[in-house]
Design a protein around this ligand. Structure first.
Ligand code: GLC
Length: 538
């Protein structure tokens, strides 16, 4: 059994996070792009849904080469999204509803248009030269090393003015900052303080495992598992360009800034296997509060695979390290697109019953899938560089009601909406007891009402081999309460023996109309059905 029940928990442990991609949540000025007043206008919805915190993807001043993940001013709001006054209103209104606000902090790289970079590139003697990563060509005149960009092509671009190359792990418009330079750290800590002073409750830190690069800029080794012509960046193991041990010290520095403000959360975006991921809790838990755990996105959708994953992750967590789970985000295919609508309901129940902080991605609660984006409307620079990698289909505007553009905007939305938007929207689904939105809301309510679900211990249950491929079973346990979760990943009916003979009641089923049923010796899961069972008191 794993867990820490009995400990005092804090909001980002017991609570749930909801990610808003601001371009796509709610537009209020008719330009087809969402904005901060739009998020404020929808806070009542988030409170109704029952989440505890909202994480907002970047809204800072930006030329939008990577839709805001290229920041030209870390301390201002891009006019596309509104003003600082709009931000202040958003946070005040969120707090009035007891919702926390988490910002997206993008410290690994700035925009090429940031004044720091303009100064840095101006001359080799510039006081800010060392704020970015400049290297000479290799002795043979080639690129400084073999590092590749995550968005395709080399990670080095030659700057004519000074004849050196600058490093960019992503687009050439996103030069990497040099976090080995103490002045960069100090400037970025000031950015954190700027937003903490405005009341933010934490940060999701973009590509945090990238912040420190190998001091000697060694070539990344070849990856034997990939065919050179098909793998892109995966041709090489990213061992020198990121995930360097010194990064933990940088993260501890950020965490210390946050701690001075009380219970603020630091979430780190980290795409690494479990054994590397958990290192980011840092020595003595001085690292990220929540190193983002993307394993549910990357693991095959089978009950036995997910059971093994949960066991492995729970076992790898350091003492006191708090777990977390997520099904999707603005960089990944939508969960409903990946596993289908029926299983998306199982995924919702899994996400909200596992031990650890869940993060929901906007639109998943209405079952949004992959929205086709015709080539002439494609937006994502990654997809344009490397066809097939486009993230647009998972970033389409939220669907609120049966109205023009599903109530998202009075203008033409920047990306299309789903063909079934007249039906698949909040307004149509909120009073429908069978909708996935209702399921999400009930799950969030149960999680709030039952400490066993939000902060209880986790205990995996062994099932007979003929069931284990399709059914995931576990318990969540807190003082005085044990809940049992049974999830059918398959499309056949499954009968389970409840060996101990105790009596259970269905607190919630993914299928409408079964709540309140009781079971003693056996329980029957319909295809694609999940249960949260509570002990029946007699
Ligand atoms: C992160 C963001 C992604 C962005 C990249 C570069 O992975 O989530 O959207 O493109 O960093 O900033």
């Amino acid at each position: 059994m794993s867990g820490t029940s009995g400990f005092e928990t804090i909001w980002w442990q017991s609570g749930t996070v909801y990610q808003v991609y601001p371009r796509s949540f709610q537009d209020t000025d008719g330009d087809g792009v969402g904005d901060l007043p739009g998020i404020t206008a929808r806070l009542d919805y988030l409170a109704w849904l029952g989440v505890d915190a909202v994480w907002i993807s970047p809204f800072y001043r930006s030329p939008m080469a990577d839709f805001g993940y290229d920041v030209a001013d870390y301390c201002d709001v891009d006019p596309l999204f509104g003003t600082l006054a709009d931000f202040d209103a958003l946070i005040a209104e969120a707090h009035r509803r007891k919702l926390k606000v988490i910002l997206d902090f993008v410290p690994n790289h700035s925009s090429i248009e940031h004044p720091w970079f303009a100064e840095s590139r101006a001359s080799r003697e510039s006081p800010k030269r060392d704020w970015y990563i400049w290297r000479d060509a290799a002795p043979d005149g080639g690129l400084p090393n073999n590092w590749l960009s995550n968005f395709g092509g080399p990670a080095w671009t030659r700057d004519e003015a000074t004849g050196q190359y600058y490093y960019h792990a992503f687009l050439p418009e996103q030069p990497d900052l040099n976090w080995r330079n103490p002045d960069v750290r100090a400037a970025m800590h000031d950015v954190l303080r700027f937003w903490l002073e405005r009341g933010v409750d934490g940060f999701r830190v973009d590509v945090i495992w990238h912040l420190i690069k190998d001091e000697g800029f060694r070539d990344n080794p070849e990856n034997a598992d990939f065919e050179a012509h098909q793998a892109g960046i995966n041709r090489f193991q990213q061992v020198y360009s990121c995930d360097r041990p010194e990064v933990l010290d940088v993260i501890a520095g950020m965490r210390a800034v946050l701690r001075a403000y009380g219970e603020r959360v630091l979430i780190g975006e980290i795409y690494l296997p479990i054994e590397r991921l958990v290192a980011y809790y840092g020595p003595g838990l001085t690292g990220a509060d929540l190193p983002f755990n993307f394993q549910l996105i990357q693991t095959p959708w089978r009950a036995d695979a997910v059971a093994a994953l949960v066991e492995e992750y729970e076992a790898a967590l350091p003492q006191g390290g708090w777990p977390n789970w997520v099904l999707g985000n603005h960089d990944q295919p939508r969960i409903a697109a990946r596993i289908g609508e029926a299983q998306a309901r199982i995924a919702a129940m899994l996400l909200l019953t596992l031990r650890g902080t869940p993060t929901l991605y906007y639109g998943d609660e209405i079952g949004l899938g992959r929205v086709p984006v015709p080539p002439e409307r494609a937006q994502d620079p990654w997809g344009r560089n490397e066809p097939g990698h486009g993230r647009d289909p998972a970033r389409t505007p939220m669907q609120w009601e049966d109205a023009p553009h599903a109530g998202f905007s009075t203008g033409t939305p920047w990306l299309p909406q789903s063909a079934d938007a007249a039906r698949r929207n909040v307004d149509e689904m909120r009073d429908d007891s069978r909708s996935i939105l209702t399921l999400y809301r009930r799950l969030l309510a149960l999680r709030r009402d039952h400490p066993a679900l939000s902060v209880g211990d986790y205990r995996g249950m062994q099932l007979p081999p003929d069931l284990a491929g399709d059914v995931l079973a576990f318990e969540r346990i807190a003082e005085g309460e044990t809940l049992r979760i049974l999830l059918n990943f398959g499309s056949a009916e499954r009968n389970l023996a409840l060996e101990d003979g105790s009596a259970w009641t269905v607190l919630l089923s993914t299928h409408a109309g079964r709540s309140g049923e009781t079971a003693q010796r056996n329980i029957c899961l319909e295809p694609d059905e999940g249960f949260i069972l509570g002990a029946l008191s007699v």
